[in-house]
Design a protein around this ligand. Structure first.
Ligand code: DAH
Length: 335
Protein backbone atom coordinates (compact mmCIF):
# COMPACT_ATOMS: atom_id res chain seq x y z
CA UNK A 1 0.00 0.00 0.00
CA UNK A 2 3.08 2.26 -0.03
CA UNK A 3 2.44 4.56 -2.98
CA UNK A 4 -1.28 4.28 -2.63
CA UNK A 5 -1.25 5.51 0.97
CA UNK A 6 0.49 8.76 0.03
CA UNK A 7 -2.06 9.28 -2.72
CA UNK A 8 -4.87 8.54 -0.28
CA UNK A 9 -3.53 11.24 2.06
CA UNK A 10 -3.58 13.78 -0.77
CA UNK A 11 -7.13 12.75 -1.60
CA UNK A 12 -8.29 13.04 1.99
CA UNK A 13 -6.85 16.53 2.21
CA UNK A 14 -8.22 17.89 -1.04
CA UNK A 15 -11.66 16.39 -0.48
CA UNK A 16 -11.78 17.74 3.06
CA UNK A 17 -10.77 21.23 1.93
CA UNK A 18 -13.40 21.15 -0.78
CA UNK A 19 -16.10 20.03 1.65
CA UNK A 20 -15.08 22.80 4.08
CA UNK A 21 -15.20 25.31 1.26
CA UNK A 22 -18.73 24.37 0.33
CA UNK A 23 -20.11 23.94 3.85
CA UNK A 24 -22.81 26.55 4.45
CA UNK A 25 -23.03 26.44 8.24
CA UNK A 26 -21.41 25.25 11.44
CA UNK A 27 -23.08 21.83 11.42
CA UNK A 28 -21.82 21.19 7.87
CA UNK A 29 -18.30 21.92 9.12
CA UNK A 30 -18.80 19.63 12.08
CA UNK A 31 -19.72 16.78 9.69
CA UNK A 32 -16.49 17.31 7.78
CA UNK A 33 -14.50 17.38 11.01
CA UNK A 34 -15.96 14.12 12.27
CA UNK A 35 -15.63 12.49 8.85
CA UNK A 36 -11.90 13.30 8.60
CA UNK A 37 -10.47 13.87 12.07
CA UNK A 38 -13.01 11.93 14.16
CA UNK A 39 -12.28 8.57 15.81
CA UNK A 40 -13.58 6.72 12.80
CA UNK A 41 -12.63 9.45 10.37
CA UNK A 42 -10.69 8.83 7.17
CA UNK A 43 -7.43 10.20 8.51
CA UNK A 44 -7.55 8.00 11.61
CA UNK A 45 -8.29 4.95 9.52
CA UNK A 46 -5.45 5.47 7.13
CA UNK A 47 -3.05 5.98 10.07
CA UNK A 48 -4.02 2.57 11.39
CA UNK A 49 -2.41 1.08 8.28
CA UNK A 50 0.90 2.69 9.24
CA UNK A 51 2.14 -0.57 10.69
CA UNK A 52 1.87 -2.29 7.33
CA UNK A 53 4.29 0.14 5.68
CA UNK A 54 7.95 -0.74 5.26
CA UNK A 55 9.76 0.72 8.29
CA UNK A 56 11.74 3.25 6.22
CA UNK A 57 8.54 4.86 4.94
CA UNK A 58 6.72 5.12 8.25
CA UNK A 59 8.32 8.36 9.44
CA UNK A 60 7.67 10.34 6.28
CA UNK A 61 4.14 9.01 6.03
CA UNK A 62 3.42 9.98 9.66
CA UNK A 63 4.84 13.43 9.10
CA UNK A 64 2.77 13.93 6.00
CA UNK A 65 -0.36 12.76 7.86
CA UNK A 66 0.30 15.36 10.53
CA UNK A 67 0.54 18.10 7.91
CA UNK A 68 -2.82 16.99 6.50
CA UNK A 69 -4.34 17.06 9.98
CA UNK A 70 -2.99 20.57 10.68
CA UNK A 71 -4.11 21.84 7.28
CA UNK A 72 -7.64 20.52 7.74
CA UNK A 73 -7.88 21.92 11.29
CA UNK A 74 -6.69 25.34 10.13
CA UNK A 75 -9.20 25.34 7.28
CA UNK A 76 -11.98 24.38 9.69
CA UNK A 77 -11.05 27.22 12.08
CA UNK A 78 -10.94 29.73 9.24
CA UNK A 79 -14.31 28.53 7.94
CA UNK A 80 -15.89 28.77 11.39
CA UNK A 81 -14.70 32.34 11.64
CA UNK A 82 -16.11 33.07 8.18
CA UNK A 83 -19.48 31.51 8.95
CA UNK A 84 -19.78 33.19 12.35
CA UNK A 85 -19.21 29.85 14.00
CA UNK A 86 -18.37 29.03 17.65
CA UNK A 87 -15.62 31.60 18.19
CA UNK A 88 -17.59 34.57 16.89
CA UNK A 89 -20.77 33.30 18.52
CA UNK A 90 -19.13 33.05 21.93
CA UNK A 91 -17.71 36.55 21.55
CA UNK A 92 -21.20 37.89 20.88
CA UNK A 93 -22.65 35.94 23.78
CA UNK A 94 -20.06 37.57 26.05
CA UNK A 95 -21.42 40.89 24.79
CA UNK A 96 -18.35 41.83 22.79
CA UNK A 97 -19.40 43.06 19.39
CA UNK A 98 -16.75 42.58 16.76
CA UNK A 99 -17.08 45.93 15.11
CA UNK A 100 -20.13 47.97 15.93
CA UNK A 101 -19.77 51.29 14.18
CA UNK A 102 -22.87 52.61 15.95
CA UNK A 103 -21.17 52.51 19.38
CA UNK A 104 -20.07 55.87 20.78
CA UNK A 105 -16.35 56.59 20.30
CA UNK A 106 -13.83 56.23 23.07
CA UNK A 107 -13.42 59.65 24.64
CA UNK A 108 -9.81 60.23 25.67
CA UNK A 109 -9.36 61.20 29.32
CA UNK A 110 -8.58 64.87 29.51
CA UNK A 111 -6.60 66.38 32.30
CA UNK A 112 -7.37 69.79 33.73
CA UNK A 113 -5.32 72.62 35.15
CA UNK A 114 -4.52 72.41 38.82
CA UNK A 115 -6.53 74.87 40.95
CA UNK A 116 -3.31 76.49 42.18
CA UNK A 117 -2.24 77.06 38.59
CA UNK A 118 -5.70 78.32 37.66
CA UNK A 119 -5.70 80.85 40.47
CA UNK A 120 -2.10 81.87 39.83
CA UNK A 121 -2.89 82.69 36.22
CA UNK A 122 -6.02 84.64 37.21
CA UNK A 123 -3.91 86.61 39.67
CA UNK A 124 -1.26 87.25 37.03
CA UNK A 125 -3.91 88.44 34.57
CA UNK A 126 -5.43 90.87 37.03
CA UNK A 127 -2.07 92.31 38.02
CA UNK A 128 -1.11 92.35 34.36
CA UNK A 129 -4.06 94.62 33.69
CA UNK A 130 -2.85 96.85 36.52
CA UNK A 131 0.47 97.24 34.69
CA UNK A 132 2.62 94.65 36.49
CA UNK A 133 5.23 92.51 34.72
CA UNK A 134 6.07 88.95 35.80
CA UNK A 135 9.55 88.40 37.24
CA UNK A 136 11.24 85.16 38.24
CA UNK A 137 13.93 83.98 40.63
CA UNK A 138 15.60 80.73 41.71
CA UNK A 139 14.07 78.36 44.29
CA UNK A 140 17.55 77.62 45.65
CA UNK A 141 18.65 80.96 47.06
CA UNK A 142 21.55 82.47 48.96
CA UNK A 143 21.25 84.17 52.33
CA UNK A 144 21.82 87.59 50.81
CA UNK A 145 18.69 87.47 48.64
CA UNK A 146 16.55 85.57 51.14
CA UNK A 147 17.51 87.61 54.23
CA UNK A 148 20.33 90.16 54.30
CA UNK A 149 19.24 92.18 51.28
CA UNK A 150 15.77 92.26 52.82
CA UNK A 151 17.02 93.91 56.03
CA UNK A 152 16.67 90.68 58.02
CA UNK A 153 19.56 90.69 60.56
CA UNK A 154 21.71 87.61 61.19
CA UNK A 155 20.15 86.93 64.60
CA UNK A 156 16.55 87.20 63.35
CA UNK A 157 14.30 84.23 64.16
CA UNK A 158 13.41 83.90 60.44
CA UNK A 159 17.03 82.81 59.80
CA UNK A 160 16.95 80.06 62.40
CA UNK A 161 18.01 76.71 60.86
CA UNK A 162 14.86 75.17 62.36
CA UNK A 163 12.75 77.60 60.31
CA UNK A 164 14.39 76.90 56.97
CA UNK A 165 15.55 74.19 54.60
CA UNK A 166 19.25 75.02 54.52
CA UNK A 167 21.43 73.35 51.91
CA UNK A 168 25.21 73.52 51.72
CA UNK A 169 27.24 76.73 52.25
CA UNK A 170 24.94 79.74 52.47
CA UNK A 171 22.27 78.23 50.23
CA UNK A 172 18.70 77.38 51.20
CA UNK A 173 15.34 76.64 49.62
CA UNK A 174 13.86 80.14 49.50
CA UNK A 175 11.39 80.74 52.32
CA UNK A 176 9.66 83.66 50.59
CA UNK A 177 9.29 85.17 47.12
CA UNK A 178 10.51 88.51 48.52
CA UNK A 179 13.90 87.28 47.25
CA UNK A 180 12.79 88.29 43.76
CA UNK A 181 12.35 91.92 44.91
CA UNK A 182 16.07 92.05 45.68
CA UNK A 183 17.05 90.32 42.43
CA UNK A 184 14.92 92.63 40.28
CA UNK A 185 16.08 95.82 42.03
CA UNK A 186 19.72 94.72 41.69
CA UNK A 187 19.39 94.26 37.94
CA UNK A 188 16.77 96.81 36.82
CA UNK A 189 16.68 100.54 37.53
CA UNK A 190 13.35 102.00 38.73
CA UNK A 191 10.53 102.70 38.02
CA UNK A 192 9.47 99.09 38.66
CA UNK A 193 6.12 97.34 38.77
CA UNK A 194 6.57 93.59 39.04
CA UNK A 195 4.96 90.48 40.43
CA UNK A 196 6.77 87.22 41.15
CA UNK A 197 4.72 84.05 41.59
CA UNK A 198 6.47 80.91 42.76
CA UNK A 199 7.11 78.16 45.26
CA UNK A 200 8.50 78.72 48.74
CA UNK A 201 9.66 76.19 51.34
CA UNK A 202 9.49 76.04 55.13
CA UNK A 203 9.75 73.11 57.56
CA UNK A 204 6.23 73.75 58.87
CA UNK A 205 4.07 70.99 60.31
CA UNK A 206 1.37 70.17 57.78
CA UNK A 207 -2.19 71.04 58.84
CA UNK A 208 -5.34 72.47 57.27
CA UNK A 209 -3.65 75.79 56.47
CA UNK A 210 0.08 74.98 56.38
CA UNK A 211 2.43 73.00 54.19
CA UNK A 212 6.22 72.67 53.88
CA UNK A 213 5.89 73.92 50.30
CA UNK A 214 3.44 76.50 49.03
CA UNK A 215 3.15 79.28 46.50
CA UNK A 216 3.35 83.01 46.96
CA UNK A 217 2.80 85.92 44.65
CA UNK A 218 5.12 88.79 45.44
CA UNK A 219 4.45 92.34 44.26
CA UNK A 220 6.79 95.32 44.10
CA UNK A 221 6.26 98.89 42.92
CA UNK A 222 9.09 101.42 42.97
CA UNK A 223 8.45 104.90 41.63
CA UNK A 224 8.46 108.53 42.65
CA UNK A 225 5.96 109.61 45.30
CA UNK A 226 4.42 106.20 45.91
CA UNK A 227 2.40 106.12 49.14
CA UNK A 228 0.37 103.74 51.27
CA UNK A 229 -2.84 104.75 49.49
CA UNK A 230 -1.45 103.30 46.25
CA UNK A 231 -0.78 100.05 48.06
CA UNK A 232 -4.26 99.76 49.49
CA UNK A 233 -5.96 100.76 46.23
CA UNK A 234 -3.92 98.18 44.31
CA UNK A 235 -4.81 95.32 46.68
CA UNK A 236 -8.46 96.38 46.87
CA UNK A 237 -8.75 96.56 43.11
CA UNK A 238 -7.08 93.15 42.83
CA UNK A 239 -9.47 91.40 45.24
CA UNK A 240 -12.53 93.09 43.73
CA UNK A 241 -11.60 91.80 40.29
CA UNK A 242 -10.72 88.37 41.64
CA UNK A 243 -13.87 87.71 43.66
CA UNK A 244 -16.38 89.85 41.74
CA UNK A 245 -19.08 89.63 44.38
CA UNK A 246 -20.53 91.93 47.02
CA UNK A 247 -19.65 91.35 50.66
CA UNK A 248 -15.86 91.30 50.33
CA UNK A 249 -13.83 93.49 52.72
CA UNK A 250 -10.10 94.20 52.82
CA UNK A 251 -8.31 95.04 56.06
CA UNK A 252 -4.66 96.11 56.35
CA UNK A 253 -3.79 95.23 59.94
CA UNK A 254 -0.64 96.87 61.40
CA UNK A 255 2.22 94.40 61.64
CA UNK A 256 5.96 94.12 61.26
CA UNK A 257 8.24 92.89 58.48
CA UNK A 258 11.93 93.82 58.37
CA UNK A 259 11.73 94.83 54.70
CA UNK A 260 8.75 97.18 54.94
CA UNK A 261 8.01 100.24 57.08
CA UNK A 262 5.16 100.58 57.88
CA UNK A 263 3.99 96.96 57.49
CA UNK A 264 0.58 95.34 57.50
CA UNK A 265 -1.11 91.96 57.29
CA UNK A 266 -3.51 91.59 54.37
CA UNK A 267 -6.82 90.29 55.75
CA UNK A 268 -9.79 89.43 53.58
CA UNK A 269 -13.37 89.17 54.83
CA UNK A 270 -15.09 86.72 52.52
CA UNK A 271 -18.14 84.47 53.01
CA UNK A 272 -18.42 85.19 56.73
CA UNK A 273 -14.76 84.84 57.76
CA UNK A 274 -11.65 86.96 58.12
CA UNK A 275 -8.71 85.23 56.42
CA UNK A 276 -5.05 86.21 56.39
CA UNK A 277 -3.93 86.35 52.76
CA UNK A 278 -0.40 87.74 53.15
CA UNK A 279 1.68 90.74 54.15
CA UNK A 280 2.48 94.16 52.70
CA UNK A 281 4.00 97.54 53.40
CA UNK A 282 6.11 100.43 52.18
CA UNK A 283 9.56 99.27 51.07
CA UNK A 284 12.04 99.97 53.88
CA UNK A 285 14.72 102.55 52.89
CA UNK A 286 17.37 100.06 54.10
CA UNK A 287 16.26 97.63 51.39
CA UNK A 288 16.52 100.31 48.71
CA UNK A 289 19.99 101.29 49.93
CA UNK A 290 21.14 97.66 49.97
CA UNK A 291 20.47 97.39 46.24
CA UNK A 292 21.79 100.87 45.42
CA UNK A 293 18.50 102.71 44.88
CA UNK A 294 18.32 106.26 46.31
CA UNK A 295 15.56 106.27 48.98
CA UNK A 296 15.38 110.06 48.83
CA UNK A 297 14.28 109.88 45.23
CA UNK A 298 12.37 106.59 45.07
CA UNK A 299 9.69 105.08 47.27
CA UNK A 300 7.64 101.95 46.83
CA UNK A 301 5.36 99.34 48.24
CA UNK A 302 5.52 95.56 48.33
CA UNK A 303 3.18 92.72 49.13
CA UNK A 304 3.26 88.93 49.30
CA UNK A 305 0.06 86.89 48.92
CA UNK A 306 -0.37 83.17 49.53
CA UNK A 307 -1.65 81.67 46.27
CA UNK A 308 -3.13 78.63 48.06
CA UNK A 309 -4.91 80.99 50.46
CA UNK A 310 -6.39 82.86 47.51
CA UNK A 311 -7.39 79.55 45.88
CA UNK A 312 -9.02 78.36 49.10
CA UNK A 313 -10.98 81.62 49.38
CA UNK A 314 -12.12 81.75 45.76
CA UNK A 315 -13.09 78.06 45.51
CA UNK A 316 -14.22 77.59 49.11
CA UNK A 317 -11.62 74.86 49.78
CA UNK A 318 -11.55 74.06 53.52
CA UNK A 319 -8.16 72.31 53.75
CA UNK A 320 -4.88 73.11 51.97
CA UNK A 321 -4.01 69.39 51.80
CA UNK A 322 -6.68 68.83 49.14
CA UNK A 323 -4.45 70.86 46.85
CA UNK A 324 -1.52 68.45 47.16
CA UNK A 325 -3.14 65.02 47.44
CA UNK A 326 -3.76 64.76 43.69
CA UNK A 327 -7.08 62.99 44.12
CA UNK A 328 -8.66 63.23 40.67
CA UNK A 329 -12.15 63.42 42.19
CA UNK A 330 -11.08 66.72 43.71
CA UNK A 331 -9.03 67.97 40.76
CA UNK A 332 -11.71 67.17 38.14
CA UNK A 333 -14.02 69.75 39.70
CA UNK A 334 -11.84 72.51 38.30
CA UNK A 335 -11.80 71.37 34.67
N1 DAH B 1 7.56 87.57 52.64
C1 DAH B 1 6.51 87.64 53.64
C2 DAH B 1 6.23 86.22 54.15
O1 DAH B 1 6.55 85.27 53.49
C3 DAH B 1 5.26 88.21 53.07
C4 DAH B 1 5.42 89.65 52.74
C5 DAH B 1 5.19 90.60 53.70
C6 DAH B 1 5.85 90.07 51.50
C7 DAH B 1 5.32 91.95 53.44
C8 DAH B 1 6.01 91.41 51.22
C9 DAH B 1 5.74 92.35 52.21
O2 DAH B 1 6.41 91.85 50.02
O3 DAH B 1 5.87 93.65 51.92
O4 DAH B 1 5.67 86.08 55.19
Amino acid sequence: MSEGSQVDLETIQSEALQAIESASDASGLELVRVGVLGKKGSLKQILRSLGQLPPEQRASFGARANVVKDTVEAALAAARERLGGPSAASATSRGIAQTDVTLPGRVPHRGSRHPVQLVASRMINIFGNLGFQVADGPEVEDEWHNFTGLNIPVDHIARDPAENFFLEDDLLMRSQTSTVQVRVMESTPPPLRIIAPGKVFRPDTVDATHSYMFNQLEGLVIDEEINFGHLKATLLSFFQQLLQEEGMKLRLRPSFFPFTEPSAEVDLFWRGDWMEMGGCGMVDPNVLEAVGIDPEKWTGFAFGLGIERVAMASYNIPDIRYLYENDVRFLQQFS
